[in-house]
Design a binder for this molecule. Structure first.
Ligand SMILES: [Zn+2]
Length: 192
């Protein structure tokens, strides 16, 4: 499963997944491709260019993890009134339930670029590091209750990578560096 734009102000995943989809559609009959691709997981945030959704909730803090809590420190990390309160979260949970992905790549961006792994994703992460040179980390530096990495990777042992693309790159540069990463991520699981 490939996700982009969980945070609406991080367009890098949209650019990458739309470009990858275009390539895959041109090369393969779609029913032969074992992928679930969601280029824009936070459509309202994407439109408004906000990290959060239209209700001001950080979707990557809203998943029903064991450590979910309603308190938060920064406005941008509002986890919602309860876990899975948001329609986007419910939609994502529905996709996870229906397709039972064997691995998940979610594309974000931040200044401290990295390949953040959760669950049994070390080899997968190292394979991607060989393509883009980013460091592989298993701790992003602060707790992320309600995040996809915690929900799928840590709690369900689904290999999960949060690819943090370097913030501030222009689209052509993002595609040049990271389209091979997305292709390599899929190739690792023999899905193309
Ligand atoms: Zn993000």
């Amino acid at each position: 499963m490939l996700l982009g734009c969980v945070h609406g102000d991080e367009p890098e995943g949209v650019w990458l997944l739309e470009a990858a989809l275009k390539d895959w559609k041109a090369r393969f009959p779609l029913q032969m491709v074992g992928l679930v691709v969601v280029p824009v997981a936070n459509p309202d945030g994407r439109r408004a260019r906000t990290r959060w959704n239209a209700r001001g909730i950080d979707l990557n803090r809203n998943l029903p993890t064991r450590d979910w809590k309603a308190s938060f420190q920064h406005r941008g990390n509002n986890p919602g009134p309860r876990s899975a309160s948001e329609p986007e979260t419910q939609g994502l949970l529905g996709l996870l339930e229906r397709f039972q992905p064997e691995a998940i790549l979610s594309i974000h961006s931040m200044r401290r670029f990295q390949i953040n792994i959760n669950g049994p994703a070390l080899e997968w992460g190292q394979a991607l590091a060989r393509i883009c040179g980013y460091p592989v980390t298993d701790d992003i530096g602060y707790p992320c209750p309600g995040s996809l990495g915690t929900y799928a990777g840590a709690e369900r042992q689904i290999p999960a990578i949060t690819l943090e693309v370097q913030r501030g790159l222009r689209r052509p540069e993002v595609l040049r560096i990271h389209l091979p990463v997305v292709q390599g991520a899929v190739r690792f699981w023999d899905r193309l």
